[in-house]
Structures are given as C-alpha cells and as structure tokens.
Design a protein around this ligand. Sequence first.
Ligand code: VTB
Length: 313
Amino acid sequence: MSLNSKLLDQFISVTEKAAYGASFYIGKNDKILADKGAVDNMRSEINKIDIDGTIVIGEGEMDEAPMLYVGEKVGTKKGPSVDIAVDPLEGTKFVAKGLPNSFSMLAISNSGCMFSAPDTYMDKIAIGNDLPKNLLDLDNSVEKNIDLLAKAKNKRPDQIVACILDRPRHKKIISSLKNLNVKIKFITDGDVSAALAVVDKKSPIDIYLGIGGGPEGVLAAAGLSCLGGQMQTRLFLDEETEIKAENHGIKDIKKKYNIDELIKGDVMFVATAITDGDITPGIQNKAKSFIASTYALHKDSKTEKKVSNHHNK
Ligand code: VTB
C-alpha cells in the first residue's frame, strides 16, 4: 500500500522544526544540548500529525531515552499505522563544532515494514542505481567487490571513488582500497548522507562501505530505496552488543540484509540541513523568521525534491 503523499509535507515540517531547534547550538561545543534541541521539537511536531505511528529507530530503548524511544507511539492515533525511523540530529559533532553536513532526518514506512536496527554497529555496502541487482556482497573480498563494481560501471578500479568513515577499525579495508588504487573519500561522521551520495549524479562517490551506526544504516536504506540504489548490511557485534541485539528481538544476529529486507514497500525520507550541507543549505536565521531547506523523497510517487520554507519565529 502506498503512503499518502500528503504525509511528505507534514514530515518536512517535522524535520524543519527539529533542525531549527538544534540550530541554536551550532558552534556551542555541546552535543547533548544540540541533540535535545532537535529531539524536543521533533517529538512535539510528530505528535500533531494524524498517524498511528511507532518509533522503530529512535533515540534509544525505553529505559535510556525519555523521548522518541524505540516502541514509543507517536501521532494523534487517528490516521494510518506507520513505522518511523528518526535521527533528530545526524552529525551531533558537526553542530557542536559548527561544521557542515548535519541534518535532522527521518523515514516513514507502512507498519511492520522497516527493520528496527538496534543501536549497535553495522557493516554496510551501498552502490548506486542502474546496476545489476545484488551485485556486491559483504562476504566478498574488497578486491572482488571493487572488481565487480568497476566492470559493471565500465571503469577501471583506479577510477572508482570509495567513501568510508575514517576509523582505525577500517585499516584492512583502506589498505585493500589503496592497493587497488581506488580513490578514497574519508569522512569523519555523517554516514547517512555519504551512503546516499552513491546515487547523486553530482557526487563522484561510487561506493560507500565500512562499519557505521546501525540506525543510520536503516535511514540510508530508506533514502536509497526511493532512488533505486542498492545496499547490503549486517550487524557488527561484540559480546556485549550481541546481547543488546538479542534483547532487541533479532533472532539471527549474523543475517545479511539486502535493501528490500531493511525497507519493505513504500517509504519516505526527509532530511533538513542544520549546518550547510552538500545537499541543501543549513538553517538561515533572520530576525523574525528562519528558512529551512529540506531534501525529501517518496518512493511510490517518485518524488525527489528540495524545498526551502520560510517560518515565522
Ligand atoms: C556513523 C555516523 C554518525 O556515528 O554512523 C558513526 O553516521 C559510527 O560511530 O554520524 P563511531 O563514531 O563510533 O565510529 C556517527 O559519527 C555519530 O552518530
């Protein structure tokens, strides 16, 4: 069943207000306050919408997050049953330090159609559209995946651009990429927008890979699903987080999830920039108003749009 397209504009208003809430803390070196600014506004805005919503990706489990926790019911309960993944502030460090590419984002699917990833690490691989289905696999070597991708894109491996979080845990992947002469774009944080860059014609990135946050993986999958991109993921767990995943209800903790298992059927993805982003400008504060710019996607209506809205303060 398709989601009602009217929901897209209503959810744009949610991330606009959340981004505005976080914008007071740009460059204030306080990640916690910035996150709170976004969460408070996001929750009160979602609760105005006529939906019977359940948070499936949120700020944490009920005992650790007072608001927007996994399982929390949101909306007026008068509308359709939907699952919601929220990341009120993707890139807390970027806001705290006044750096680009922080967003308030969320995704919506029909009820029961979104993978509720626990707040653990996730191994991810994402590539763009117009490529053979299930081309790459997390169990392939980096060499094999790059070779398959290069052949499918009619390029040489040294013409491929890979994006990865700059973390010590990626030492082995990075060394394989270097041996193949693949160009590497390192990011410090913010792997949702990095994963989405694989479908952006203006971005040079051909592949996003490596281990990042599980919740961020599902948000990226939502966006990629709207744009025809591909993604495969698997939870990346240690002894402690294995228990966390099991308590979260995951039966097979080693399962590889392809994009259509992360997100089933119709989906919407909405991201409002807080600081200036590659996709849209950040919140522009005027004396009596603010302008918020949002990137919004709806799979079934094939909507991809950038909107800037003016709001009175
Ligand atoms: C990524 C990135 C996030 O966490 O998922 C990353 O997208 C993974 O965690 O913006 P580590 O920082 O522990 O590597 C963030 O950087 C913050 O949530």
